[in-house]
Design a binder for this molecule. Structure first.
Ligand SMILES: O=P(O)(O)OC[C@H]1O[C@H](O[C@H]2O[C@H](CO)[C@@H](O)[C@H](O)[C@H]2O)[C@H](O)[C@@H](O)[C@@H]1O
Ligand SMILES: O=c1ccn([C@@H]2O[C@H](COP(=O)(O)OP(=O)(O)O)[C@@H](O)[C@H]2O)c(=O)[nH]1
Length: 915
């Protein structure tokens, strides 16, 4: 039967990381948290999320009580999880709950400062979706850290402003004019903002842009570090730090560099574009890496999250999973958290006398005309010219509506120092002037265009009297104006025309008329449809959206994000607990020095290999080679008479010969099916009755997929076939591999006696039992015999990047703490010489290997290691070091992160053994 092996395997009993303890899974924990939050909100005496925390905490403790027979490891694990959970939720040590401190870090504070004198300031609420949304967040002890929007060069001014802001729980970051120019106007608003909204990098004056790019990027990094310095100064243990938006992509990295225990989340309020757009950015990789330092990364929609994961996969070559992005065992969780508004605030406002007064005046003013409304910052992403042109087309086609409809366009000035925004202002003014000239009368104009912002009450009144709201963003992270309009429309039940390129289209699409803002005709038709819509349909559409806006609030958004962030940290702790500890290199060296007969078993690919350079997401086409820094130390370790070094690899003989021919080393190729004693001849250890009848069918499948996957290839080996897509497009390669695995799993070879092994960029089909774990006893027998060992082996170091559980059986083989009979169970010692061609069904040997094969003889029968090993192995548990490289789920006792770490360790071993 086909055995299926992937990269995942549970921890074992020896590395102390396995237990069957029923830790509630992530969704279970989050769902419980959500329910508890809901009920605590409904109950008047418990309005703090810390109560939710206590209950989860108690649950963890109950689990501990129920499992009091479990090993101390479980106890320790539980204590750690419970402590992490408690800290995550902000519980005091004395058990009393308190509200968790939340440090909200955004470029802009929710207030803008206006200087009134040397040491006096007035503060005004800033406009914009981010501010509106975060003002709705009330459950946390929140502090804001950000820029107050003014340059304050003098100390007196800075002190006075700091004091004034403190009353609003705001902490300023002081940025000087030059930094603001380069970082905010330059890198943020001239580079990242257009790029993330699919407007591309600036094209005009290309050279000037290219020249200033580097200095703007440096200013961006510098500004991010300035934000980090302020956060670090105010951070207290247990705080959650929530970084916002494209201005602060470096912040997670700066914060984690300072304190890796800090709980850091990052949320993007704009779209994250397709990886094809992001890859045009010169600093594309640095930005992605910096964001990935966060524990949780959030976006408004699933699409943006998907694009981000895809950019990390395609540009950084990292592993994208449904949960996030994985880099050397560290998972950055990536998910969608659609923002909302504080809907109750808008609904309540409609009952205020001043709002009612506004409403009355507006109704009188526009009596007899339908009101259409646009509220946008005057930004090219908002599609204001497109909106006005569509309105013009509607007027052209519907003369009957000329004096019966008016478009009120509130265009809030924004980023006025950026030339692109200045150009947009003149462009809009010109179009509005033209249309008003064309369709206006002495007493009325069709478009009222205001270059200013409105206060909250005036805005609510405007939303309330509107018949049709028109949102035509070319791209928009979410667009809260559409939410606010819906919240204020419960009486009127007006129609929302919404761009399909706004994040809000995902949530309000059911009730809105969705349009492509680039299609002026479509928008004009939508205007007509909206103005003529029967009331029953308007009511039905409004109901959908109103329900959504009322339930998906800003508060809910922030709570969900922060609770997922807290949980991500708990989850990471659980993961860390399951990962074996790092190889204690000092001890491993010490024990090595004190032993007399050492055996070093080393993997090759992913263990001793030189890092392969990438071309974007692809590996450069190059043969695997041993790490250059290892050459001399390895040669000297091999020549030590007290040390036997074996390289045990999946690679074929030729590759091992090419890399290790000059060393006094044992080579075991093709997962131990071929063995070459130091500088000797290759022998086969292959079991005689290896069934190879499956080979032709698998070759057929591999051929088919190779043809259809550019830059993929396959290799024929004696007992296996390997299809590799390491040089192919990584996402396409993965999809193809998935299809291929599905086919192998269910297709013609599903009953063959093979193992299908999924590597990180390969699929391998091997005859069953062709594993390193099964081969090790044969190899050991041969070493013992051929070296005529008289001293028992008293030190074993086994390091590898082994992909399957069966390969990893090699770790258990030497494990002094496991009963030996169990380890060698089912493993047959090699039989006597039989010509391989006599094997029925065995595939013909490939041309490239025929030469070598001429010299291959079969390994002679040796006493089974069950018999010899007790004499040969005198291995105390403290002298055994099994270590997995670049893997977190493993049966080894220890781990190292990469071949670089293996190389550093072996160099140290070599240096100290020389001294
Ligand atoms: O601070 P400014 O440069 O004046 O810009 C104002 C804000 O604009 C952007 O808002 C975004 O966030 C909204 C809420 O999530 C979302 O609905 C909208 O689609 C986005 O454009 C920007 O991302 C903020 O940082 C700015 O403060
Ligand atoms: O005169 C105005 C016009 C708009 N807004 C607010 O600005 C925000 C705009 O957010 P949106 O998500 O629509 O877009 P952004 O400007 O953030 O890109 C909304 O909350 C509006 O209430 C405001 O405070 N005053």
């Amino acid at each position: 039967m086909v055995g299926f092996q992937s990269d995942h395997m549970p921890g074992n009993k020896c590395n102390g990381n396995s237990n069957s303890f029923p830790v509630p899974d992530r969704h279970e924990r989050l769902m419980r948290g959500r329910e508890l939050r809901k009920s605590s909100r409904a109950s008047p005496d418990s309005n703090s999320i810390s109560n939710v925390g206590s209950e989860i905490f108690e649950h963890d403790l109950r689990l501990r009580e129920d499992n009091n027979s479990a090993a101390p490891i479980v106890e320790r694990y539980l204590e750690e999880v419970a402590a992490a959970a408690a800290a995550a939720r902000g519980e005091r040590k004395d058990g009393r709950p308190f509200r968790q401190r939340l440090l909200v870090v955004a470029n802009r504070l929710p207030v803008s400062a206006i200087r009134k004198g040397e040491d006096s300031w007035s503060l005004e609420i800033s406009a914009g979706g981010l501010v509106s949304a975060l003002l709705g967040v009330k459950e946390f002890e929140a502090r804001w850290i950000g820029w107050a929007g003014v340059n304050v060069p003098d100390e007196i001014g800075q002190k006075a402003l700091t004091k004034a802001l403190a009353e609003k729980r705001c902490i300023p970051v002081f940025l000087d004019e030059e930094i603001v120019h380069q970082y905010y106007n330059g890198y943020c608003n001239n580079i990242l903002w257009p790029l993330f909204h699919y407007l591309g990098l600036p094209q005009e004056d290309r050279l000037a842009t290219t020249r200033s790019f580097q200095s703007q990027f440096e200013a961006y990094q510098k500004a991010n570090q300035m934000f980090a310095d302020v956060v670090n100064k105010h951070y207290e243990e247990g705080d959650v730090v929530w970084c916002h938006d494209y201005h602060l992509m470096f912040l997670p990295q700066c914060l984690k560099n300072y304190n890796h225990k800090m709980k850091v989340g990052w949320f993007l309020h704009t779209p994250f574009p397709s990886s094809e757009i992001h890859r045009t950015l010169p600093s594309r990789s640095e930005l992605l890496h910096a964001v990935l330092a966060a524990d949780l990364v959030g976006f408004h929609t699933y699409d943006y999250a998907r694009h981000f994961v895809s950019a990390c996969t395609r540009i950084l070559g990292l592993e994208g999973t449904p949960e996030g992005v994985e880099n050397q065992g560290k998972l950055t969780r990536v998910a969608a958290f659609p923002i909302g508004i504080d809907s109750e605030r808008f609904i309540r406002a409609l009952d205020l006398p001043q709002v009612k007064d506004h409403i009355k005046k507006l109704q009188e003013r526009f009596n007899g005309r339908k009101v259409m409304l646009g509220v946008d910052r005057l930004d090219m992403i908002k599609g204001i010219p497109q909106k006005i042109l569509a309105f013009e087309k509607f007027l052209e086609e519907n003369p009957g509506w000329h004096d019966k409809v008016v478009l009120l366009q509130i265009a809030v000035p924004t980023r006025t120092d950026v030339p692109e925004y200045q150009k947009l202002t003149s462009q809009v003014h010109e179009i509005v002037g033209r249309i008003n000239g064309r369709f206006g009368t002495l007493t009325a104009v069709p478009i009222h265009h205001l270059d200013r912002s409105l206060d909250f009450h005036a805005l609510c009144a405007l939303y309330a009297i509107t018949d049709v709201a028109l949102v035509t963003s070319l791209r928009d992270g979410m667009n809260l104006v559409s939410y606010e309009f819906v919240a204020c429309q419960d009486k009127k039940k007006g129609v929302l025309i919404l761009s399909e390129f706004a994040g809000a289209a995902q949530s309000l699409g059911a009730g809105a008329i969705l349009v492509n803002p680039w299609n002026i005709t479509e928008v004009a038709t939508a205007i007509s449809k909206a103005l003529n819509m029967p009331s029953a349909e308007r009511e039905k559409r409004h109901k959908h959206n109103y329900e959504h806006v009322k339930t998906h609030t800003a508060q809910e958004w922030a709570e969900t994000f922060v609770s997922e962030l807290n949980d991500t940290v708990v989850e990471a702790q659980i993961r860390t607990n399951q990962v074996p500890p790092r190889l204690p290199t000092e001890t491993a060296v010490e024990c090595y020095l004190q032993s007399n007969n050492r055996l070093l078993i080393l993997g090759f690919n992913g263990t001793l290999t030189e890092p392969i350079e990438r071309e974007g997401d692809r590996f450069k086409e190059r043969e695997l080679t041993v790490h250059p820094e290892l050459k001399q130390p390895l040669a000297e370790l091999c020549s030590d008479p007290k040390t036997t070094v074996v390289v045990l690899s999946g690679s074929c003989r030729t590759v091992l010969d090419e890399n290790f021919k000059e060393y006094d080393i044992w080579l075991a190729a093709e997962n131990g099916m071929f063995l070459n004693p130091s500088k000797g001849e290759w022998m086969t250890t292959m079991p005689e009755q290896l069934n190879m009848e499956w080979v032709d069918s698998v070759k057929h499948v591999f051929d088919y997929f190779t043809d259809r996957t550019p830059r993929s290839y396959f290799e024929e080996r004696e007992a296996s076939l390997v299809w590799s897509y390491r040089h192919a497009d990584v996402e396409f390669g993965r999809l193809q591999a998935r299809d291929m695995l599905q086919h192998l799993w269910t297709g013609p070879i599903s009953n063959a006696s093979v193992e299908v092994v999924q590597g990180s960029r390969s699929v391998e089909v091997r005859a069953a039992n062709v594993t390193k774990g099964a081969a090790i006893d044969r190899i050991l027998g041969e070493i013992v015999h051929s070296k005529s060992m008289t001293t028992p082996i008293d030190y074993v170091l086994c390091i590898g990047h082994f992909l399957t559980k069966q390969d990893e059986d090699i770790y258990a083989f030497f494990e002094p703490e496991l009963p030996r009979s169990k380890v060698t169970e089912g493993v047959k010692f090699p039989v006597e010489r039989v010509s391989s061609s006599q094997n029925k069904g065995q595939r013909p040997v490939s041309n490239s290997e025929k030469k070598t094969n001429n010299h291959v003889c079969r390994l002679p029968r040796r006493p089974a290691p069950e018999k010899i090993s007790w004499n040969v192995l005198d291995l105390k548990k403290e002298n055994y070091f099994s270590c997995a490289v670049g893997r977190t789920q493993t049966n080894a006792r220890y781990t190292l992160a990469s071949p670089d770490e293996v190389v550093a360790f072996l160099k140290e071993l070599h240096t100290l053994s020389q001294s």
